[in-house]
Every structure is written in C-alpha cells, then in structure tokens.
Design a protein around this ligand. Structure first.
Ligand SMILES: C[S@@+](CC[C@H](N)C(=O)[O-])C[C@H]1O[C@@H](n2cnc3c(N)ncnc32)[C@H](O)[C@@H]1O
Length: 835
C-alpha cells in the first residue's frame, strides 16, 4: 500500500492542506465536520463538552457550527490556545478535579453533546500512558453520563482493539442508538473508529461496574468461539479476538474472500484480517469470480467482509455459515460431508485430518517463532534507543547519534528508515521510554499543525518520530542554554543587537556557537547587563576602560582587540569597518560579477598557490591529530604552531580571530591577493545542499565544516597576550569595588570643581580669599571622614526595657545590659577560682 509521505514537500495530505486553508488547528476538524454532516448533532446543541480537545480544532468546529451564544468547553492535558467563544482548561479527564472544574463551568446546565477524540501516547498525554484508548473512552463516557442531557449525543473515538466490543456494549446500555462509523477524513489504514451514541437514556442509577474499566474490559465476554475450528483442529487454543496487536494499530490486512472459503482455519482469518476482498487479482481467481456471483454472497455478507474489525458475534456467525454453504456448493469437505465420508472410509479421513493437523501445528509453530523473533528484535532496538536517550539526557552524546548507528538496507542510517521503525512498532515503545524527557517540552510545545495526534497513521507515526527528534534536540539545546551562562549572555546580547562577532564572521559564528567567547563573554555580558541596571560602579569599569563607544564601525571589543600594539603595523585595520569575512564575501560577489582576471594577477595567484600548497603539505606532514593543526611557512619563520584545540568540539573564537588577523596581515602586506581569498572560499562545503536537513544535523555539521586557515606568529602571540590579560584581571568584585571608589572620587572632584568655579566667579572675594577657600575645600575632600565611634548605653534606669533610641543619644549606639555584664564577670571569676 502506498503510504503518503509526510516529510518534505509531499508530506501533507489533502485534509492537512484543507485544514490549513480553513484555519483549523488540526485536520481532525474534518472528522467532526463529517460526523456532524451525517448525524447533525451540533446545529441543535447549545452546550458542548469537548474532552481531549487540544489543539482545539473540534472546538473550532463547534464554535462555528453551534448556535451563537452556545457554551463550548474544551479540556485537555495539553494547553489549548484561546479560541473565541470557547472555554478551555488544562486537566486530565480521568481525574476528579477535571470533573469538578467542568461542573463549575457548566453550573446547572447539561451538555447537549459530549465529544471525545482522546488518544493516549500522543500529543502531550505521555503521562497517561497507563490508560489505553478504550479506558480513556470509558472515562469520557463516564463524564458524559454525568453531564449529558437526556437524549443528548456522545461521540467518542475508539481504536479497534480487543476492548472495542465491550465498549460498544456499554454504550448500547446507555444510549438509544449507537453507531460506529469512519469518516472519510480518517485514513483507511487507521484503526480508529468513531462511535456516535444518540439518545442518552439518562438512567437514574447507573451500576458503577458499567463504567469501571476493570470490570468492563474483563467481564464482558467476547464473541462466541467457533465450533468448526474444533472439528478440524481440536488442539487449537480458544480463539482470542485481540484485534490489532499492541502497537500495531496501523496494520491493515486484507485477504481474498476465496481464501477464507478455502482455509481450514477461518477463525484465524477473521481474527487477523481487516477485510475479505472480492477484488480480482491480476492473474485471476476463478473461485473468487464464482464466489462473487453466488446468490449466497449477499449484500450483507459483502458489508461484513468489508470491515471485519467492527463485526460482532452475530456477523461472525453469518460469515462462517456463508463459508460452509459455499464450501458445500464448491464441493469442499465440510463437517457434514466429512461425517458422511467417515462412515465409509474412516481410516482415510483420520489420515487426512492428521495431515492437516500437522500442517496446522507446523504453521502455528513457525508463526510463533517469527513473532517472538520480531518481538526480541524490537525490544533490543528499543533498549538501544532508550540507552541513547539516557546518555543524551546526561549530555553524553549529541542528539545526532540517535538512530544513526544502524545502517539501513541501502546503507542509510536508521534515522532515515522511519518507516521501518514505524512498521516494527518500535516507535510507541521509544516514545514511552522518552516519556519523562518529553513531558516537559511537550507541555509548552505547540501542537503540530495537521498532526492531529493519532497514533494510528504510519506517516503520522513517522512524523511524530521526527517531531520527537526535533523536540529532543530543542530540549538538548535548551538544557545546554540553561546550564550555559555564556549562551544566555550571548542570546541576551543578540536580542539587544549587540552581538560582537556578528560583523566579524557571520558564518563562523553559526558554527562556533555558545562557547566561543569564553570568559570574556561572561564577564562583559554581566557588565553590560549591570550597566543597564544603572550601577555606577560597573558603568565606570566600561567608561574608564574606554570601551563603551563604538567607533569606526567596529564593535567595541573588536576595536579594543585590534588596538593592541601588535596590530600597529597593519595599516587601515582599525579604520576598516568591514570584517575579514565580510571582505571575503564582498570579494566573492565581486568575483561573480567580474570573473575576468588579468594575466599578471593569474600568475601571481598561481605563485601564491604553490607557496600555500607547500606550507599546507608541511603542515600535514607534521600534523596527525584532527583537532591540532600546525601550520608552517617554509620561507620565513613568521608562522606559528597553533594548537587548534576546539572547545567542546567547536572552533575557538580566538583561533578564528587569529585567522582573520592573519588574513588581514596577508592582504595588507600583499602576501595574498583578493583572488586567493576568493579561491579559499571555494571549499567542498561552500555549495552544500542544506535543503530538508534537520537543524541538529546542520548545527553539528557547521562545527566541523570550516577549513583551517593559517595563523601567523604575531596573531597567535596576540591571542596569548589577550588571554594573559584576562587571566591577570582581578576578580569581578574587586574590580567593582575599585571602580566604585574611582567613581566616587570622580564625583567628589566634579563637586569640588563646581564649587571652585563658583568661588572664582564671586566678585566679592579677594584673590587671596578665593585661593584659601579653594585650598580649604581641597583639604576637606582629602580629609577622611571618620565614623563616629559607637556609643555604649546602659540599659538601666529609664533606659531599661526601652525600645528605640534613648533620650539624648546621638549617632550610633549600642545598648548593654549591666546585669548581664555583672553576671558574665561573676562567671569568669568562678571559673578562674575553680581552675
Ligand atoms: C487527537 S488529539 C485531539 C484532537 C482534537 N480533537 C482536535 O480537534 O484538535 C488527542 C488529545 O487527547 C489528549 N489526551 C489524552 N489523554 C488525555 C487525558 N487523560 N486527559 C485529557 N486529555 C487527554 C491529548 O493530550 C491529545 O491532545
């Protein structure tokens, strides 16, 4: 069966597109629209309760279909973004609290319609994993019985599972009409089915057992066992109608109706398949053609064959009877005919049955073996994934490792074999494993548009896996961000439009990421933020250091850095507003526009290339480590051995700066031409196709896809110098205290200046007087204001028990208790005596 791609361009089906067009939050909206078209329950409802409503497309449909001023209440584990005219809240529908909240919203009203589209395992409902779909549906039914008005409608989604019939039975006890239907927008391959229950009977008393998952799903008997199977294989176990295997809700199995007639185990077919098909295969099936034409193959039989998973006991009986009839017509052995033959040729029949039995057993054995092997494989894969997730949670691995370790059939990583994972149903298990991890992120996550949260569509599953991986990666980044002050500082600067390195190397920046700026980033960012708070001391640090203003188009830190002595010889470095990277870029553009190169320049270029190649070769010879590059120039000794140790796998920003400096130097001294720079720009990474690649992959790639550029000794020295300067800096508190002191001094000086100016401008004073007053002022500033000593006040007489300042005491004081003083003295005396 062709499964629609849900990734890239071809991922979205028509319902998705339509939902997007119409502004619905999920394509699930169309399921309700179609159900309502068939049964028309919304138009006449004034109060609707939507259980498991996130992201809210059903609420949207209710709001636009129900009469104005209707009351619509939506509840979900996940938050629902506000919808006009809809009351929404976050709660678990299986809890008492949820019930109470609904009650407060509904007050004394009753709901005309209760909707339930819940699906555990999906969306943010990880915590509810213990509840399966049927249990959730039963919980919603329980709420419906409490809030529905008599004659009201209840719509619920159910997966065709072993509990399906039990649930239907319970619905039948409570509603006048119960119909199971599958709207066209629900995919065929999906095991979901919608049960529309109309005419709520509103019984005065409901047996609690009726709505208790334990009793409902255990006590209600399944369809009666088939006797015919016993005839052929008395050993065969009692048939279990389990519906879809756990986690394999997406399987849709179809078998030809003629095979059902032929089989010796009709029960197995009825249990395992979804449909008995009357479609002729390409090579033709005579028996099927005949079967199709038989009057016994009635319309009812055909209907039953169309969807075996919704059949009840009665329908199964009907199909089995039909099979027997057809077998008789076709002359196949039946129970009756075998009995007749048994009278005449007893031995032969026994032999026949034995043979059949043997085959049956053999088949059963093979089947069991295969399924247990599959299970084992699945478990192993899940365990592996689980371990990886744990490792990732502990920051032991990058998210890219997940799913990449195994090679697919065509050599691709497991990551790209979403369908395989899907088919193995490993996804659900993985998802369960990641519950804890995802819980948090899922809480805040926006519902993915169009993925309406069913765990039954293969492409949705695949989409979910991808979403999960994306989420994991986002969480990984968030966690990193949370633990990484540098990252936060950088982010804050970015938001303030003050990203220092933006202009220096825009491209490098993406790759260099958060750790690049090292300590400098932390400190300076702190300073910056403090400055905003208006702390004078810190403002002073920047001001006094002369870093606060941007000049010449260079950022303050870059300017500071390039103003070091080492760059003095390089002409035009500070004046040039453009960074090296920008220059490169501009030159690249220029090169594209003017591709012609003069002969002289070409020659120059090839010479330079040779030199470069030589130096590279020398470097390669002496370098055998991946993250340690030694670059040497054979001609002069101006090159430096630089340890290109990366920080957390990312290139060091200092190295990048050094490379930029080197290039600037080379350009300034004419060692390199602009064409060399252009040339260097054409690496194998330059024109990489990044379309459709996930973020985490691109992020990781960008850490390693930068060609190493040479670094001169001078540049390396500058880096070392910079680091030395940073290391020599006092700790922040000391620096702050010093700065505060300086600031206060400056303030005092400013005050003094003002006063002195006033004195000078005072015409009533002689020059001598002016001079003496100014020198007085000066001495006052210099004089240290001594703090008055603390006055000791006895808490005796009128001061005893006094609260607040004693009379006649000015300045700082301390109350002392004379009795305590005496007692202390006495104690001392006694201890002395004892000694
Ligand atoms: C298929 S989505 C519902 C889509 C919704 N009908 C719409 O149109 O947007 C299934 C929802 O069931 C919710 N859910 C699952 N278990 C739940 C629970 N115990 N209580 C509340 N919501 C639950 C999930 O959070 C998820 O959002």
């Amino acid at each position: 069966m062709a499964i629609q791609k849900k990734h890239g361009k071809g991922r979205l089906d028509k319902w998705y597109k339509l939902a997007k067009e119409k502004g619905y939050r999920a394509r699930a909206a169309f399921k309700l629209i179609q159900l309502n078209k068939k049964y028309g329950f919304l138009e006449k409802s004034k109060v609707a309760l939507d259980l498991c409503a996130a992201p809210g497309s059903w609420c949207q449909v209710c709001a636009e279909t129900m009469p104005t001023n209707s009351i619509i209440i939506g509840v979900d584990l996940a938050p629902i973004k506000p919808i006009p005219k809809v009351i929404t809240f976050q709660s678990d529908i299986t809890t008492e609290k949820c019930r109470a909240t609904i009650r407060t919203h509904l007050k004394t009203w009753k709901a005309d319609v209760v909707l339930h589209d819940g699906a555990p395992n999906v969306g943010t409902a990880w915590v509810q994993d213990s509840y399966n779909q049927a249990e959730l549906a039963l919980h919603s039914l329980k709420l419906a019985t409490e809030f529905l008005v008599e004659g009201g409608t209840f719509v619920t989604k159910v997966f065709r599972s072993k509990d399906y019939n039990s649930l239907l039975w319970v619905c039948n006890q409570l509603f006048a009409k119960v119909e199971a239907t599958k709207p066209p927008s629900s995919r065929n391959v999906s095991a979901e089915i919608f049960v529309v229950c109309r005419g709520f009977k509103a019984p005065k008393r409901i047996d609690p057992k009726l709505l208790d998952p334990r009793s409902v799903f255990e006590d209600v008997a399944g369809p009666a066992p088939n006797n015919e199977a016993k005839v052929y294989n008395p050993e065969i176990k009692k048939r279990k109608r389990e519906g879809y295997e756990e986690g394999e809700y997406i399987q849709f199995k179809e078998i030809s109706a003629s095979e059902f007639i032929n089989t010796v185990d009709p029960i197995a077919i009825l249990g395992q398949y979804n449909k008995l098909s009357f479609e002729q295969p390409k090579n033709g099936d005579v028996a099927l053609a005949a079967l199709d034409k038989l009057p016994e193959t009635t319309e009812e039989i055909r209907l039953c064959c169309a969807d075996l998973k919704v059949l009840g006991r009665k329908e199964f009986k009907l199909l089995l009877k039909w099979r027997l009839k057809v077998r008789e017509i076709f002359g196949f052995p039946t129970k009756k005919s075998q009995k007749a033959v048994a009278v005449d040729e007893e031995v032969a029949v026994v032999e026949n049955m034995d043979e059949e039995l043997r085959i049956q057993e053999e088949l059963q054995r093979i089947k069991e073996k295969e399924s247990s092997k599959k299970k084992r494989e699945r478990r192993r894969e899940n365990e592996k994934k689980q371990k990886e997730i744990v490792r990732m949670q502990m920051n032991m691995t990058a998210p890219m490792d997940i799913g990449m370790e195994q090679d697919g059939p065509r050599g691709e990583g497991a990551m790209f074999r979403l369908k395989t994972i899907d088919a193995n149903a490993a996804l659900n298990k993985i998802a369960k494993g990641k519950m804890a991890l995802l819980k948090e992120a899922e809480k805040t996550k926006d519902y993915d548009f169009g993925s309406d949260g069913e765990n039954d569509d293969s492409d949705e599953e695949a989409d979910r896996l991808e979403e999960e991986l994306d989420n994991l990666y986002d969480q990984y980044r968030e966690r990193k961000a949370a633990s990484d002050a540098k990252y936060r500082a950088k982010k804050a600067r970015k938001e303030n439009g003050d990203d220092e390195w933006e202009g220096v190397s825009g491209d490098e920046k993406a790759g260099s990421d958060e750790d690049d700026d090292e300590e400098l980033e932390v400190d300076s960012s702190d300073d910056d933020s403090d400055l905003e708070d208006g702390e004078p001391g810190q403002k002073l640090i920047t001001d006094l250091d002369g870093q606060s203003e941007e000049k010449d188009g260079l950022s303050k830190r870059a300017k500071n850095f390039f103003s070091q002595g080492i760059f003095a010889e390089i002409p035009g470095l500070l004046e040039e507003p453009e960074s090296e990277e920008e220059t490169q870029e501009a030159e690249l553009v220029e090169a594209v526009e003017q591709p012609k190169v003069t002969k002289k320049e070409k020659k120059e270029k090839s010479e330079k290339k040779d030199t470069k190649a030589k130096s590279k070769k020398a470097a390669e010879e002496s370098d055998d480590e991946d993250d340690f590059e030694v670059v040497k120039n054979n001609e002069d000794d101006d090159w430096e051995n630089v340890e290109r140790k990366k920080k957390n796998g990312r290139p060091d920003i200092d190295i990048i700066t050094a490379e930029a400096m080197t290039l600037a130097h080379q350009l300034a001294t004419g060692e390199k031409t602009s064409y060399d720079v252009i040339d260097d720009g054409y690496t194998k990474h330059a024109f990489k196709d990044r379309d459709g690649l996930p973020d985490w992959f691109l992020d990781d790639e960008s850490k390693h896809d930068k060609p190493h550029k040479p670094i001169t000794k001078a540049a390396a020295e500058a880096i070392k110098e910079k680091l030395r300067a940073y290391n020599a800096r006092p700790i922040k508190k000391v620096a702050e205290a010093k700065a505060r002191k300086k600031f206060k001094q400056a303030q005092r000086l400013e005050k003094l200046k003002k006063k002195a100016d006033m004195l000078v401008g005072d015409d009533g004073l002689s020059e001598k007087e002016k001079a003496s007053s100014i020198s007085k002022l000066m001495s006052q500033v210099k004089k240290k204001t001594r703090k008055a000593p603390v006055k000791v006040v006895k808490a005796a007489g009128s001061n005893r028990g006094l609260q607040g300042r004693p009379k006649g005491v000015k300045g700082r004081y301390k109350m002392v208790d004379p009795r305590m003083k005496k007692e202390l003295r006495a104690m001392k005396r006694i201890s002395k005596k004892k000694n």
